[in-house]
Ligand binder design. Structure first.
Ligand SMILES: [Zn+2]
Length: 85
């Protein structure tokens, strides 16, 4: 299977799992192609997030948490840059 074929099947696979021969071929491709395996992992994260959030909006506090972690990281980077000067 080519990457192009695998990419076309990714969404179906992440939602339905697919079955039979096509699933076997796709899984064989993921085993040898880290790029497609990575795409699948990203897609699974999105699918599981959407399924865990039926109200179709981010859970309260999610963005605050993301902002806080971005802020922490940028502070850390500033400290690291600072020590190199
Ligand atoms: Zn591939």
């Amino acid at each position: 299977m080519k990457c192009e074929d695998a990419q076309n099947l990714l969404a179906d696979y992440s939602v339905n799992g697919l079955d039979g021969e096509i699933r076997r071929k796709l899984e064989a491709h993921f085993a040898v192609c880290s790029h497609c395996a990575y795409e699948l992992e990203l897609l699974w994260r999105v699918v599981s997030f959407v399924e865990s959030a039926p109200q179709k909006s981010p859970p309260p506090g999610l963005w605050e948490g993301i902002e806080a972690s971005i802020h922490r990281n940028s502070e850390k980077m500033e400290r690291e840059v600072g020590t190199k000067r």
